[in-house]
Design a protein. Structure first.
Length: 297
C-alpha cells in the first residue's frame, strides 16, 4: 500500500472525508507552503517502511518500468534501451532467451513503458494447455460450444482489449492453432468458439520462447509466416552467466524481497559470499539465483 498526500484548493469537509476513506494521508485545502508540506511529508515517511517508499518511488517515476530490470551490465543496458525505444509503439515483440532469464519481467516492462500501462496485461502460457482448451482460452466460447461448456467465457484476447497480451512459450503452440493466431494478429478480429459474431480488439502482442523458433520453422514445427509476424522486434534476454557483474545487485534485491515477504529483518550478504555467487555459472539463470537466495535467507 502507499499513503498519499493530496492538494485540492477547492476541497471542503465532505471531499476531505472521502479522500481520507480512500487512503489519503493528508489533504492540503489551501495554498501550498513549504514548511507544512515538508512536515507532513516527514510524518508520512515515518509511517512507511523503506520497502513501501521504494514501491511508491517506482510508481511515481517517469520510467517506472526500469525497476523491473535489475542490473547495469552491458547486456541489460541493451535490453533496457530496446524497451525504451519500442515500449511506446504498437509493434509486436518476440522475447527469446533461456528458461529463467526474466522474459516475463521484460514483457511487464514493455507493458509499463507503453501508453497501455493503465490497461490489462494478460498472460497465456501456450504450452500449459491442450489444443482444444488453449483455443477456448484465447478466443473464448459461448455456452454449449463443446462438451463441458456450461456457460459462456470471455477469452484472453478480449480480456486484453486496450492493453497487452503476453503469449508465453509460443513455440509450444500446436500448428493448427498457429493458423488462427496468424489471422487474429493480422486482422485484430476473431470469433468465439460456437459463435458467428466477429469481435474486434485493440491489443499489443508480446510473445516469448525459450527455444529457437527459427530452428522450429526449419523443422516444420512452427509456421514461417507466423514467425515473421511475431518477430517484428526481437528482444533477447541474456543468460546470467553473460552478466555475472549483476549477481551482487540481483542477490541484494532478492534478499530484500524474501525478507519483506517473510517479515524478517533485512539481511546483508558478506563479501566472500557475493564473490562465490558471482563465480558460479548459474545454469538455471536468474530464477535459480532467486531460489538459492531464498533458501539461504
Amino acid at each position: 500500500h502507499a499513503q498519499v498526500l493530496v492538494h485540492d484548493p477547492t476541497a471542503g469537509a465532505r471531499e476531505a472525508f472521502r479522500l481520507g476513506s480512500l487512503g489519503a494521508f493528508w489533504l492540503f485545502a489551501g495554498e501550498l507552503e513549504p514548511a507544512p508540506v515538508a512536515e507532513r511529508l516527514e510524518e508520512a515517511a515515518a509511517e512507511l517502511e523503506s520497502a513501501d517508499l521504494a514501491c511508491l518511488a517506482k510508481v511515481l517515476a517517469p520510467e517506472s518500468w526500469r525497476g523491473l530490470l535489475v542490473g547495469e551490465s552491458r547486456p541489460m543496458q541493451r535490453v533496457a534501451e530496446t524497451i525504451r525505444l519500442v515500449g511506446p509503439r504498437r509493434c509486436t515483440v518476440l522475447i527469446t532467451g533461456e528458461t529463467g532469464t526474466g522474459k516475463e519481467m521484460a514483457a511487464r516492462a514493455l507493458h509499463l513503458a507503453s501508453p497501455r500501462a493503465h490497461k490489462p496485461l494478460v498472460t497465456v502460457n501456450c504450452g500449459a494447455l491442450p489444443e482444444h482448451l488453449l483455443e477456448a482460452e484465447l478466443f473464448g466460447h459461448v455456452k454449449g460450444a463443446f462438451t463441458g461448456a456450461i456457460q459462456s467465457r470471455t477469452g484472453r484476447f478480449e480480456q486484453a482489449d486496450g492493453g497487452t497480451l503476453f503469449l508465453d512459450e509460443i513455440g509450444d503452440m500446436p500448428l493448427e492453432l498457429q493458423v488462427k493466431l496468424l489471422r487474429v494478429l493480422q486482422e485484430r478480429e476473431f470469433q468465439r468458439l460456437g459463435s458467428s459474431e466477429t469481435v474486434r480488439v485493440d491489443i499489443r502482442v508480446v510473445a516469448a520462447s525459450n527455444s529457437d523458433l527459427g530452428d522450429r520453422v526449419r523443422q516444420g514445427r512452427f509456421r514461417e509466416d507466423l514467425y515473421y509476424r511475431l518477430n517484428v522486434v526481437p528482444l533477447t534476454m541474456p543468460p546470467l552467466r553473460a552478466r555475472l557483474g549483476d549477481v551482487p545487485v540481483l542477490s541484494a534485491h532478492f534478499v530484500g524481497k524474501v525478507c519483506r515477504q517473510e517479515s524478517l529483518p533485512v539481511k546483508r550478504l558478506r563479501g566472500e559470499m557475493l564473490d562465490r555467487l558471482a563465480s558460479y555459472h548459474w545454469p538455471g539463470n536468474v530464477r535459480q539465483l532467486e531460489n538459492a537466495v531464498e533458501m539461504a535467507v
